[in-house]
Write a protein of this length. Structure first.
Length: 160
C-alpha cells in the first residue's frame, strides 16, 4: 500500500473514532435527562433508575476509553509516518500547540469530568426522590460503586 493511501485510510479511522467519542458524549445529556424525568414521574423506582443511568454512563465511558486507546495508537503511527516525510505534520504541530490552562488537560475534562459528573448528578438527583426504606438505598450504593469503578477505569491510555 502506498504511503498516501495508508495515511488516508488511517485518517478515516481517526475520524470514525472522533465520531464515536462525540456520539457517546452527546448521548449522555439526553440519558441523564431521561433518567431524571423518569425518576420524577415514578419516584418509587428512582433509585433503580439512578443505578440504570449510572450503569449506562459507565458503559459509555468504556466505549470512550476503548476508542481513545485506539486513537493513541493511531497518533503514534501517524508520528512514525511523519518521520518518514520531509517535514513535521499535524501530530507534531498538535503536540507543540497545546492550550494553556484547564482546556489543555482535555482528557480530564472530557472523561472524568463529564462521565463522573453525569453519574454523580444521576445519583444526587434521583437519590433526592428516594424514600426512607433501605431497599431504595441499595441501588444508590451500587451506583456509587459503579461511579468509583468508572473513575478508576478512566485513565489516559499509554503505549507500552
Amino acid at each position: 500500500m502506498r504511503l498516501e493511501d495508508e495515511y488516508r485510510a488511517l485518517r478515516q479511522e481517526v475520524l470514525l473514532r472522533i465520531l464515536i467519542q462525540n456520539v457517546v458524549l452527546i448521548s449522555l445529556m439526553p440519558l441523564l435527562l431521561a433518567g431524571v424525568v423518569a425518576a420524577a414521574f415514578v419516584p418509587r423506582y428512582a433509585s433503580e433508575i439512578a443505578l440504570a443511568t449510572v450503569g449506562e454512563t459507565g458503559m459509555g465511558a468504556l466505549f470512550w476509553s476503548h476508542s481513545a486507546a485506539r486513537t493513541v495508537q493511531l497518533k503514534a503511527y501517524f508520528r512514525l509516518l511523519e518521520s518518514r516525510t520531509e517535514g513535521p505534520g499535524w501530530e507534531s504541530w498538535l503536540a507543540q500547540s497545546r492550550f494553556r490552562g484547564i482546556l489543555g488537560s482535555r482528557w480530564f475534562i472530557s472523561t472524568k469530568g463529564v462521565f463522573i459528573g453525569c453519574q454523580v448528578a444521576a445519583l444526587i438527583t434521583c437519590g433526592g426522590l428516594v424514600g426512607e426504606p433501605i431497599r431504595d438505598w441499595l441501588p444508590l450504593a451500587l451506583g456509587g460503586g459503579v461511579t468509583l469503578l468508572t473513575a478508576c477505569l478512566l485513565v489516559h491510555p499509554k503505549l507500552a
